[in-house]
Every structure is written in C-alpha cells, then in structure tokens.
Design a protein around this ligand. Structure first.
Ligand SMILES: *[C@@H]1O[C@H](CO)[C@@H](O)[C@H](O)[C@H]1NC(C)=O
Length: 414
C-alpha cells in the first residue's frame, strides 16, 4: 500500500516536472522569437565582442541571427577608425565562388580603407561566413535576414507542407483546404517560398540599413546596393565621389545614383567620364544603385504599395511605384561607363551553366580593357529628359497575403 503510494507520487512528480520543463522551454523559445521581432535587448553572452555564429541547428541559427543583428559587430573597426565615406550593401545568397570574386574586387579598389561594406545574408553557411571574416582591408558588418526560408524549413515564410501546390486550380485548392487556397497570384499560381525570398530580403535590408544600423545613424550620403555576383572597378571610390558632387551641383532632384549598367565595357574608353540623367528604368538601373536616406523615406511612404504589388521582383515593383504612389517619377543619374560588373552567369535566362572560372576570365578581360580609361579627371553630364515609361504587366509570384503582411511589417517595427 505504502509502496504503491510512493510509486504514484513519483509518477506524479515526474509528470509535473515534465510539464514545467515544457512550459519553461516554450517560454524560453518564445522569448527568443519575440526578441527577434521586437528587438528587445537581452543579456549578452561571453562572445559579445566577436562575430561567432552557431550553424548547428535551425534554432541555434535563429538565435545567432538575432544576436548578431542586435550586436552589430564591426569587423576591423579598430584598424579603420574614421567615419565611412562610402557605404556598400551586398545582398548575399548562396554563391560563394562569385562572392569571392566580389571580395577580390574590393581588395583591389583604391582607397578601400574608406569603405564600409555590409554583407546582408539570407543563406547561412560557414563557408560564406568565413569568406567575409577573412576581409582585413576595410570595415565590415554582416547582417542576417531573420525570415530566411532556411530558418523556417516547414512553415511560412518557408514552404509549409500544407501550402497549396503552385499549379493546383483554385477549385481544387479549396477542396483540399490547403492553407493559402484563397490567395493565388494574378496568374492563378500559388506561392513558392524560394521565389519570394529576394524581394522580402531586399525590403527588409533597406529598412534595416537606414533605421537599425547604429553605425550609420549619422551617415548622410548614399548607400550603394549591389549583389554577390557583382564586381566593382578599381576607381569606384573616386568615381562615386565625383558623381555625388555632380549630383549636388547639377542634379539635385536625382533620387538615385546608378553606378552600374548592363552595357558591358566594349565602349568604356569613350564612356568612362560620361554621365546622364533620365527616368529610372528597372531593367537598366537596377545594378549598383545609390540610395539616399531621402529616397528611403519616399519608398517607405509607399510601404503598402510595394508589399501588395503582385510581382516577386523588387525592381519591377519599384518601377510600378515610380509615377504612381511616388508621384514624381524617380530620376536617376547614370554612369555611362559602368563601375559595377555583373559576373553572375547562373541566371534563369543564361544557357551556359554556372561557371565561376569562365566568369573570372571575363572579369580579367574586362579589367584589362578598362585599365587605361579609369580615374577620369572630370565628369560630363547629358540630360536625356524624362523617359516615357509605359505601364508594364506585373509578373505575379506575389499574391499570398502572408507575404504582403510580413513585408509591410519590416517598416512598422522600429
Ligand atoms: C502599376 O500597377 C497598377 C496595378 O496593377 C496598374 O494599374 C498601373 O498601370 C501600373 N503602373 C505602372 C506605371 O506600371
């Protein structure tokens, strides 16, 4: 009898412990989660002064993402103490071979010590992290997109197993009661997580750079947005400076600096010192974009329009805002001789497979071609007036209201 009572108590005790443990654990996880969302500071850990990232499990990665974004560890800060004179923000996914080339281009850029380079990741791997950690020649910060599909492998913003398949009809979707049955895109397709990620990351990053980066709070200049498969030319810094001066003198209503274009370098010698102003065109001016705080505020004024527009491309989305939600069409000051090359050859439209060695050879040839025409003494400006832009068909891929809501929330969280 006594023994049975004891046994019963033990079982009871064990069950209570288990419940308490689960409650405690889930509260702990919730704290981390809401910490990620609300930027609530929490106690530092021993690695306060280092940029360690734990790649072990999804939960550890989420925690590292939150900690790193909160801590904002600036690599090489002691070596390069002055305020940054040019800010470059790189959106990085998962192409280390191309990222490596970009880093080499930075290393070769003149006055690189005056740069501040931010790497914004949506894919977390030791290989990519180590590439960036290896940089010794300027101030560097790594930031991490907290709603990466990698961090949510089985739920939104990743792909939920209960999401509707892309090509199912709305009728069938309703019958199967899949999660987003009511929200296909303009072409009747359902959400694919991997397709939506780039636009999310782009918008989050814009907000994070201008509102959250402590080190940029007093920065009044342009931040130049590039991608991991871009390559900057050696005179980037002096060209950027000249272009900024030119804008302040002769084109104060230019919203954007386009330091790159997609025309290649075959005419570089003639074009090196030329700039022009025109209306912003997504297909032409989406590479090496210099964005100022003023433009950032203009864009955020159209937060809902950006986030609800059914196009998974951030650049086509901006195109639609230009002249609609942003009343005055965006104006851009363009470098006719590009200072940002595009090395990526894995795109959807390229026939040849990804081959970073081929890309490297092309870059080397381009560098040789432009060498004698870099560092122009003085820039010239041609006015092309406002280019008429016909309204474009939206591309779809952004019909799910969960995307609209998540996207609109980046700007709401301060
Ligand atoms: C922007 O999108 C809206 C809605 O699809 C459309 O009515 C409008 O014509 C578009 N404007 C431009 C400039 O593309």
């Amino acid at each position: 009898m006594r023994l049975r009572l004891v046994k019963k108590n033990v079982v009871l005790f064990l069950m209570m412990s288990l419940i308490l443990f689960i409650l405690y654990y889930s509260k702990f996880m919730l704290t981390i989660e809401s910490g990620v969302l609300d930027n609530v500071p929490h106690k530092g850990t021993q690695d306060d002064d280092t940029n360690t990232f734990n790649y072990g499990t999804v939960l550890q990665m989420r925690k590292s993402v939150y900690d790193s974004n909160y801590r904002q560890f600036i690599q090489n800060a002691d070596k390069f103490a002055g305020d940054p004179e040019v800010v470059i923000v790189v959106q990085v996914h998962n192409r280390p071979a191309y990222l490596k080339m970009l880093i080499q281009s930075l290393e070769k850029a003149s006055e690189i010590g005056k740069f501040f380079v931010v790497f914004s990741h949506d894919y977390f791997s030791e290989e990519i992290g180590d590439l960036v950690k290896g940089i010794t020649f300027c101030k560097v910060l790594q930031i991490y997109f907290p709603y990466s599909t990698q961090l949510y492998p089985n739920e939104f913003p990743g792909q939920d197993p209960l999401d509707c398949p892309r090509d199912i009809s709305k009728e069938d979707a309703r019958k199967t009661e899949c999660l987003n049955a009511e929200h296909p895109d303009a072409y009747g397709h359902y959400r694919e997580a991997s397709i939506t990620q780039t636009k999310h990351h782009w918008w989050w990053k814009l907000h994070f750079v201008f509102e959250r980066l402590k080190v940029l709070q007093g920065y009044k200049g342009f931040a130049v947005f590039i991608e991991e498969d871009n390559y900057i030319l050696p005179d980037f810094f002096s060209f950027f400076k000249s272009m900024t001066n030119l804008r302040d003198k002769d084109c104060v209503d230019c919203d954007v600096l386009a330091l790159g274009n997609h025309d290649g370098v075959s005419q570089f010698a003639e074009l090196s010192s030329k700039t022009e102003k025109s209306g912003w065109m997504s297909t032409k001016n989406n590479i090496g974009m210099g964005i100022s705080r003023e433009l950032y505020y203009k864009l955020m004024g159209c937060n809902n329009e950006f986030c609800n527009y059914d196009d998974y491309n951030w650049d086509w989305t901006l195109q639609n805002l230009s002249g609609t939600c942003i009343k005055k069409p965006l104006k851009v000051l363009v470098a006719c001789g590009t200072r940002v090359l595009h090395t990526g050859n894995c795109g959807l439209h390229q026939k040849e497979a990804c081959n970073s060695e081929v890309a490297q050879q092309k870059v080397d040839a381009a560098l040789e071609k432009v060498r004698t025409a870099l560092f122009p003494q003085k820039l010239t400006l041609t006015n092309h007036g406002s280019v008429e832009h016909k309204p474009h068909m939206k591309n779809g891929g952004w019909g799910d209201i969960r995307d609209h809501i998540l996207c609109a929330n980046y700007a709401a969280r301060l």
